[in-house]
Write a protein that binds this ligand. Structure first.
Ligand SMILES: *[C@@H]1O[C@H](CO)[C@@H](O)[C@H](O)[C@H]1NC(C)=O
Ligand SMILES: *[C@@H]1O[C@H](CO)[C@@H](O)[C@H](O)[C@H]1NC(C)=O
Ligand SMILES: *[C@@H]1O[C@H](CO)[C@@H](O)[C@H](O)[C@H]1NC(C)=O
Length: 330
């Protein structure tokens, strides 16, 4: 009886796996669509359910987190990160200097089990929005008595609830991004927030523009990008190399965010700056093998791509400037 049950389970598992492997063969025959957003800069995406059936959420330059209503083809307000955000003053702005007033959620990650939405906000640090939206609660604004300067990316361990996030620099904030790049800043950090102790720990220092963090599906490592050094690092959470990092992959361009797919591989957003701007996505695995490369320009007309996020068979493209979310659908 037990054998019968387990063989049925493994048969179902292999059907499940082959279904999702088939669904990986997307693009480039896919059609491009721009979903208009209520403010510029949909930089990062998250979804409220696993398995490709949830709703899309994104953070905007005016401090809002919005949710896409598929049936009405429109974004609606979901939450905000600045405690005293003034809607009339902030709505629609793309001025990063107003982030300390309006907020600027750059990285987003849902924890499915609790429906808590974590955000790395450029001005307000690591925050969380409770189920059903509204104002955010600040969880951490600094570590060792020093304020974060440029919170940029976040991911959450779905099982333990541990939150991984980055502070892209200790010298420059989002409004000083061009200085961060020009001076080839190397003061970025990988950080960890433990929801049980509410403690922040620095895991890695000396990172050059870490605009990404993504935890592996087996929860043994996280990947971090370095925009300035054109590479991806792998930081081991468990095993013989726990608490150490290695260079996983050098990429041909400056990497933005890294997002895990349902299959357990990752999309990296890549910006090639010279001689002309080329925006790409590369799908890689945890061994550093490149599985797929896609070029998004000229469909996606902007100077910077922040994220490539595969969900429900579509690819969602993020940026700091345009007033739309780019989507490739099969
Ligand atoms: C960055 O710092 C400048 C100077 O302190 C400030 O005016 C600006 O609002 C800050 N930007 C962000 C995103 O915090
Ligand atoms: C991008 O630019 C091309 C060429 O100018 C244009 O055909 C296309 O509609 C633009 N796409 C968007 C999303 O603006
Ligand atoms: C920001 O908005 C202003 C005015 O609304 C516009 O002129 C400017 O081009 C925008 N900047 C970016 C980077 O989108």
């Amino acid at each position: 009886m037990a054998i019968l049950k387990s063989s049925r389970t493994s048969a179902m598992l292999s059907i499940f796996i082959s279904y999702f492997s088939c669904s990986s063969v997307l693009l480039v025959t896919a059609s491009f669509q721009a979903l208009p957003s209520p403010a510029p800069g949909p930089a990062s995406f998250t979804f409220d359910l696993p398995l490709g059936i949830g709703a899309l959420y994104t953070g905007l330059a005016d401090g809002r987190i919005v949710r896409y209503q598929r049936l009405r083809s429109t974004f609606v307000n979901y939450g905000y990160t600045a405690p005293n955000r003034n809607q009339a003053f902030c709505d629609g702005t793309n001025n990063t200097f107003l982030a300390p007033i309006c907020g600027r959620p750059l990285g987003l990650a849902f924890q499915f089990g609790t429906r808590r939405l974590y955000a790395a906000d450029a001005a307000f640090g690591l925050v969380v929005i409770e189920p059903y939206g509204g104002p955010a609660t600040q969880l951490a604004t600094g570590v060792d008595g020093v304020r974060f300067r440029y919170p940029a990316a976040v991911d959450v361990d779905q099982f333990s609830g541990t939150v991984y996030f980055t502070d892209a620099s200790t010298r420059f904030n989002l409004s000083q991004l061009s200085q961060l790049i020009r001076t080839r800043d190397t003061t970025g950090r990988l950080l960890k927030y433990d929801p049980n102790t509410r403690q922040v720990t620095v895991l890695l220092r000396g990172l050059a523009g870490p605009f990404a963090v993504a935890i592996s599906s087996d929860r043994t490592y996280v990947l971090i990008s370095e925009f300035i050094r054109n590479r991806i690092q792998k930081y081991w959470l468990t095993g013989p190399n726990a608490n150490t990092a290695e260079v996983l992959l050098n990429v041909a361009g400056s990497p933005g965010n890294i997002r895990r797919t349902i299959r357990g591989d990752f999309w990296v957003a890549i910006n090639v700056q010279t001689p002309t701007v080329v925006l790409r996505g590369q799908r890689i695995n945890g061994d550093g093998t490149i599985l797929q490369t896609e070029t998004f320009s000229p469909d996606f007309n902007t100077t910077l791509i922040t994220e490539v996020n595969e969900y429900g068979g579509a690819l969602y493209l993020g940026s700091l400037y345009p007033k739309f979310v780019g989507v490739y659908k099969p």
